[in-house]
Design a protein around this ligand. Structure first.
Ligand code: NAD
Ligand code: TYD
Length: 352
């Protein structure tokens, strides 16, 4: 039996990873460690929470003594580390939260794994760090893509904190021979996506007849991957990735923000039975994000060729599934947009 620690499992991507591992590997004991920040939501895991191979642990990765004690108690064989502060706009207004969780929290996990595994031996152990393509900076030439050898050039406090954590993971691999592997993925979308991020925010605002804030001219480009395909890639790399290696994950699916917002509007109009063009009227161009990266685009050739992973869904199908999920789970959406989050949302919005 393997004991596996997944951090950040109550969040957007983590919840899909936890569900996949709990259902696919009944012989693994899965521990989901999550602080339940505004982005963590146990509703995301209701369907699997009573599975015998699943345990939820509430805790903060910034708390080193708690993390050390957790490792000492459970002697995990593997870690899949997703817990993070993940929103670029928040990193601009509250950068220190990103330094604490993304950098210090990651180092606490690395130390605990190193100290625990030094005693028991590294054989069969694996520390998997989940990262982002944003560490590579921004692209200008339409023919360029981020590869695993693209130099790091983080440009927001979020991407700087993730780049820093990636460097620490590699440094522990090099210095202490900790068995590490890293993936850098493009923008995800899908069920459970928190509505501060572009696609769920647009869906939420269309449902509530609110303006759709498009930053700048809407010309920035992102490369979108269905979240379940990211979870499948994490499964592939966790089991078959070569230790010490980095794999980029992406869907070869670039969209200008304004084009993807228009597509969401069209899909929502059709699903809601409204005349085409209704939701588009809500589009509002607002002040650009400070330091807004122009374009991200991943070259995912390495993971495809070496590990045989590829996205399972065409984008239009994934978007339709996503919109359907949000329409069928409006209570989830209402719950996460009420209370404290709503206050945050309102202040962000009026500042734009
Ligand atoms: P999210 O914000 O939805 O979830 C983050 C989770 O981490 C939440 O459940 C939160 O409660 C938990 N958490 C935050 N601080 C914590 C702490 N100090 N201790 C314990 N738990 C804590 O994020 P996400 O979008 O699911 O991203 C997950 C990971 O994937 C992150 O590391 C992110 O950098 C990376 N990533 C995200 C994307 C994307 O498009 N969302 C793309 C590539 C990589
Ligand atoms: P986001 O979902 O925050 O992801 P990231 O910044 O990590 O790529 O934003 C995706 C793109 O959409 C990004 O270029 C910023 C833009 N954006 C808007 O135009 N309006 C919004 O309200 C949000 C949240 C994002």
């Amino acid at each position: 039996m393997k004991k596996l620690l997944i951090t950040g499992g109550a969040g957007f991507i983590g919840s899909h990873v936890v569900r996949l591992f709990v259902t696919k590997y009944p012989d693994y004991q899965i521990f989901n460690l999550d602080k339940l920040t505004y982005a963590g939501n146990l509703e995301n895991l209701r369907d699997i929470e009573n599975q015998p191979n699943y345990t939820f642990v509430k805790g903060d990765i910034v708390d080193a003594s708690f993390i050390d004690a957790l490792f000492a108690e459970h002697q995990f064989d593997g870690v899949i580390h997703l817990a993070a502060e993940s929103h670029v706009d928040r990193s601009i207004s509250e950068p220190m939260a990103f330094v604490m969780t993304n950098v210090v929290g990651t180092c606490n996990l690395l130390n605990a794994a190193k100290n625990t595994w030094k005693a028991s031996g590294y054989e069969g152990k694996r520390f998997y760090h989940v990262s982002t393509d944003e560490v590579y900076g921004e692209l200008h030439n339409p023919e360029d893509f981020f590869t695993e050898t693209t130099p790091y050039d983080p440009r927001s406090p979020y991407s700087a904190s993730k780049a820093s954590s990636d460097h620490f993971v590699r440094a522990y691999g090099n210095t202490y021979k900790l068995p590490v592997v890293i993936t850098n993925c493009s923008n995800n979308y899908g069920p459970n996506h928190f509505p501060e991020k572009l696609l769920p925010l647009m869906i939420h605002n269309i449902l509530n007849n609110k303006p759709l804030p498009v930053y700048g001219k809407g010309e920035n480009v992102r490369d979108w991957l269905f979240v379940v395909d990211h979870a499948r890639a994490i499964d592939t790399v966790f089991h078959n990735g070569v230790l010490g290696e980095t794999y980029n994950i992406g869907g070869f699916n670039e969209w200008k923000n304004i084009d993807i917002v228009m597509l969401v509007c069209k899909t929502m109009d059709s699903k809601l039975g409204r005349p085409e063009g209704t939701s588009e009227q809500l589009i509002t161009y607002v002040t650009d994000r400070a330091g807004h990266d122009l374009r991200y685009a991943i070259d995912a050739t390495k993971i495809m060729n070496e590990l045989g992973w590829k996205p399972s869904l065409q984008f239009e199908e994934g978007l339709e599934k996503t919109v359907d999920w949000f329409l069928n789970n409006q209570e989830w959406l209402d719950n996460v947009t009420s209370g404290n989050y709503q206050k945050y949302y309102d202040s962000m919005y009026t500042n734009r």
